[in-house]
Structure formats: C-alpha cells, structure tokens
Design a protein around this ligand. Structure first.
Ligand code: PLP
Length: 378
C-alpha cells in the first residue's frame, strides 16, 4: 500500500473522540488549564509568559526548553536534544533520516502504528509479537532471531501502547548488548515513561545508556499536557542529530513558542505535575478493574504496569468490534477495538478493547457503560 496508508487508530479517534459523550479510550491523562499549570509551577511564571514576543523560536528549541529537557536525563546535554511538534513529527523525521532502501528494521507488535508504517515506507521490516497469553511479555530471543546483517534499527516502546507492558532491566540490557555488537540503532519510544505504577519497573532512557540509542518523549502522557504539542528526541550521536535537524528544516522548522515556554515551565516544576497524574491513574485503574470484575464472562484484563490504557480481552459472542460499535452508538461510550491495531507485519488479536482510564469523567463513563450492559439481553 502506498504511504501514507490510513493511520487506523488516529482515523478512529478523529471520527469519534470529540463527538461522543464519553471517550473511554484516550491515551492520555486528564489535562489541566494554563491557570492550573501556573498555580502548580508558581505564579511568577505568568507575567513573562504573557509578555513574551511571539517570534520563531530556534529550530531545535529555545535554550531554556533544551536545558529543562536535559534535566530529565542522566547523561544527555542540551546539545543532544531536538524538539518537535509532538512525538508524532519526531517519529516521522527519525525514520526518514535513519532508514533507506536496502535497510531492514525490527519492530514490536502490536504497536502505535507510525512506529511500523513509517519504517515500512522506507525499507523491509520484521515484526516481533508480544505474547498475548503471558502478560504481553517480550521474548528477546525472537528479537535476536529477527536480526539480519542489514538490520539498521530495532524499534521498541516500553511502557507499551496499548498493553501497558514493560520489559525487565535485564531484557533491556540484553537488547542493547545484541544491538551494540552489530552496530544496530535502537529507537525507543519512551512517551509513557514516568507512569509506572511500581517505580522499580522504570527503565533507564536509551539515549543515556547507548551511544546509538534514540529516545523519544513528549509532554502528552506522563505530564498530561498533550495540547502543548511538544515532543523531543535525545541521542548522543552528534552527526546523526545534525542529519535529523536537516529533516526538521522541511517539516515544522520550529515549534510554537507558547508551547515551548509552557513546556519549560512544566518540566522545571515536574514533581507535582507527575504526582497529580499518578494519583489519579492509580485510583482510576482500581475503579476500572472493580468495574470489569463485575462482568467476568465478558472481560479479561492483564493489568497494565504503566500508562492510562488497559488492553482488555472481550469474550462476548458478537466480538470486540461489534461490541465497540454498539456501545458507542447506543450508550455514547467509546472504546477502541483492537482491529485499530492491525499490523502489516504479524497477526494482532481482534478480540481486545483499548480502554483509557485517565480522564476525569471515568466514573461517569463506567456508570453509563454499566447501565447499558445491565439492560442488554443476556
Ligand atoms: C506510543 C506512542 N508514541 C507516540 C505517540 C504520539 O504522541 P503525541 O500524539 O503526543 O505526539 C503516542 C500517542 O498516543 C503513543 O501512544
């Protein structure tokens, strides 16, 4: 299929997310107003923000933004960072610069579709599935078996969208060792990092630990600020970062200055912002698991280790896709059937639902869904 093919998940979301009463599918936690951000970060930030002149910021990001991002890493310096218009622009730019005809990439499935579709538009790609019957575990030997002499990049995403799965520290080290021995890059989508329910599960960032590690992050998930549209790439390889900079010259060129300023403020005051998100996520995951447990004949959940998404097996006779359609049409509650995660590379089970539990109206959405479920003929 010619690139760009339909981004199934984004199509589904764009068609419904802003039209339904209860979007019980969002991949991000409840956001906050600029007022609340100033209240959390300190009122002293308000006047400089309001008085800023709306010039173009520098291509890589303002020095203040790059310095704030650098404080979230151990080894990465401001010179090792380029900001983008969200994580999405960064994904596109990175694979355009990294992959060419004749190269090969290895990608985990299921996945956030651009992590597979953009590499596929450039070269041959092999998918390695997470194990649906074992809490979506990764078998690192499957990754090793997929590597070829021409493999240029391994693409990983832990914490994982949509399952909330993680790999162990030992597995991450194994992946780095096998890639380092072959000169393979690792593109690591870390947008859900800092949302782990057990902080001991938190993995180091690839850009800190591997000279060919490319770390991707954004304000959308752990910080709950998707509307800022500020993402970034961190990597120690200065020559490759200069290539990546060239790619951005043809895309957004630079970000919106208000987004960069508010991101700088948020990152410099991140402790209360992260805590606010995690407090709600913990509480709401309990609400969701309690709700799903009322319908053991319909739902099976393997608990997410991070994030605000639950990937729930639906065992009703009509199937997950028909269930999701009826639920949204009849009750105004939107969940996403796993066909939206179909892959060109491997089979992806079609009997799952993506349920987002991060939004403030979760309880109301579950009440609505429960009333609808309870009146259905059994
Ligand atoms: C794993 C993953 N990577 C990247 C993105 C893109 O993030 P953003 O839309 O904030 O650019 C998302 C968004 O849902 C995601 O889940």
């Amino acid at each position: 299929m010619a690139f760009p093919e339909d981004f199934r998940l984004i199509s589904y979301l764009s068609r419904l997310e802003h039209a339904v009463r209860f979007p019980l599918s969002s991949s991000y936690p409840e956001s906050m107003s600029t007022d609340t951000l100033f209240a959390l970060a300190g009122e002293a930030h308000r006047a400089p923000f309001m008085q800023a002149v709306l010039d173009y910021p520098p291509l890589r990001g303002t020095p203040e933004l790059l310095a704030a991002i650098a404080t979230t890493y151990d080894r990465i310096t401001p010179d090792d960072i380029i900001s983008f218009a969200g994580a999405d622009e960064a994904i596109y730019a990175c694979f355009q610069m990294l992959l060419n005809a004749g190269d090969h990439a290895v990608v985990i499935t299921p996945n956030y579709q651009s992590l597979e579709s953009v590499p596929l538009s450039r070269c041959d790609v092999t998918g390695v599935t997470l194990d649906e019957n074992n809490d979506w575990a990764l078998d690192t030997e499957k990754v090793r078996a997929a590597l070829r002499p021409e493999t240029k990049v391994l693409v990983i995403n832990f914490p994982h969208n949509p399952t909330g799965a993680l790999i162990s520290h030992q597995q991450l080290n194994e992946l780095v060792d096998m890639c380092r021995a072959r000169g393979i890059w690792i593109f690591s989508d870390e947008v859900y990092r800092l949302t782990e329910f057990d902080p001991a599960d938190r993995l180091p960032q690839l850009a800190d630990m591997y000279e060919r590690g490319i770390s991707l992050n954004v304000t959308s998930k752990a910080y709950g600020l998707p509307g800022l549209r500020i993402g970034w790439v961190a990597c120690q390889d200065k020559a490759w970062m200069r290539d990546l900079e060239r790619m951005k010259q043809y895309l957004s060129i630079c970000n919106a200055l208000p987004g960069e300023m508010l991101t700088t403020i948020a990152l410099n005051a991140r402790a209360p912002i992260l805590e606010r998100v995690m407090q709600r996520s913990r509480h709401q995951l309990t609400l969701l698991t309690t709700f799903l447990a009322r319908y053991p004949h319909l739902f099976q959940l393997s608990l997410p280790k991070a994030g605000v998404l639950a990937f729930v097996r639906y065992t009703g006779a009509e199937g997950a896709q028909a269930f999701a359609t009826q639920l949204v049409e009849q009750a105004g509650v939107m969940v996403i059937p796993s066909v939206a995660y179909a892959s060109e590379l491997t089979a992806v089970p079609e009997d799952f639902l993506r349920i987002g539990f991060g939004r403030a109206n979760l309880e109301q959405a579950l009440t609505e869904m429960g009333a609808w479920l309870d009146q259905r003929p059994s």
